[in-house]
Design a protein around this ligand. Structure first.
Ligand code: ZN
Length: 306
């Protein structure tokens, strides 16, 4: 019989660099938890390869409590604040654009949306004639997706078939066992299949403008902060090649708005902040149409090397 004191211990852990495995690191930036701005976390930079990540980080048990904040939009399914409505608007248009990106490469087939949340994107693809499955570990959103008639598992190990398309929309940066996951996804991709990874861009102009208040640092939920060079290095280790880079341009506006909100909460000046927001947003949008490496989020389209 289990004793009451036999709970699994929740703690912070040190972790080596995801890209090169080195444990040598330098301080990079102190960032707030945007829902508890008094709570600070440390981002470090790998001394060997330059990759930026959260260290120490909550372990896979402790991290659960950081998703419980009621303001966490991806898990708010029925709320109606102004930000919720904006989030929904961005999500609807992004989902249409994501479908367009996929169908420009593969017309129809079998798709896995890993980290599918409430299943909005998966449902859209299903309606468009795709054979769709999802994986979502969070019980609330998973239940919501299942209620829409989708086949959604809690864990990748429960998925055994192969897919033409696997998507991770802003997911990999949340995963403790990210290397293990990439290996498992690779096993489930057909030889001519594509893997789409959407990730915040550490080298974006809004990351530079807002520094510790850049919302996509999202500590401690985001464990890694990729630049295109990091993704390229990681892909090479899994025999993937990056075929295309795309932007999710609405993410830029949304991230700027939330970064500005966080900056004001941290004592930033409202007036200069408003001017900076406009300038940053316009500059980012103009620059990213010319150079997607400058945008807030990048979608990487990967294919197995032949
Ligand atoms: Zn490294």
């Amino acid at each position: 019989m289990a004793k009451s004191g036999n709970k699994m211990k929740r703690k912070f852990e040190n972790t080596p660099c995801l890209i090169c495995g080195s444990s040598q690191r330098l301080p990079f930036l102190i960032v707030p938890n945007r829902f508890e701005p008094g709570e600070k976390f440390t981002l470090v930079q790998c001394r060997k390869c330059g990759f930026v990540y959260l260290n120490p980080r909550p372990d896979s048990q402790l991290i659960g409590k950081y998703y419980e904040d009621e303001q966490y939009q991806p898990h708010r399914l029925h709320e109606q604040s102004l930000l919720d409505r904006m989030y929904k608007f961005v999500r609807i248009w992004n989902n249409r654009y994501k479908r367009y990106l996929i169908e420009a490469n593969i017309r129809k087939g079998v798709l896995l949306d890993f980290g599918c949340g409430g299943g909005e994107f998966a449902a859209q693809m299903s309606r468009a004639g795709w054979q769709v499955s999802g994986v979502e570990p969070a019980p609330g959103p998973r239940q919501h997706a299942v209620e829409q008639g989708l086949s959604v598992k809690a864990n990748i190990d429960e998925v055994t078939q192969k897919f033409d398309v696997i998507t991770l929309w802003h997911v990999l940066e949340h995963i403790h066992q990210a290397r293990e996951l990439i290996g498992k996804l690779q096993e489930r991709l057909t030889d001519s299949g594509i893997l789409l990874l959407a990730l915040p861009n550490l080298k974006s102009s809004d990351a530079r403008a807002y520094q510790s208040n850049w919302v996509a640092y999202d500590a401690p939920r985001h464990l890694y902060h990729f630049s295109p060079v990091d993704v390229k290095r990681l892909c090479a280790q899994y025999n993937f090649q990056i075929k295309e880079y795309y932007t999710l341009f609405l993410d830029t506006w949304y991230n700027i708005l939330l970064s500005r909100q966080l900056e004001t909460m941290q004592g930033g000046n409202f007036l200069t902040g408003a001017v900076k927001t406009k300038w940053t947003a316009w500059r980012a949008t103009i620059k990213e149409t010319i150079d997607c490496f400058d945008s807030s989020s990048i979608v990487y389209l990967l294919q197995p090397k032949s």
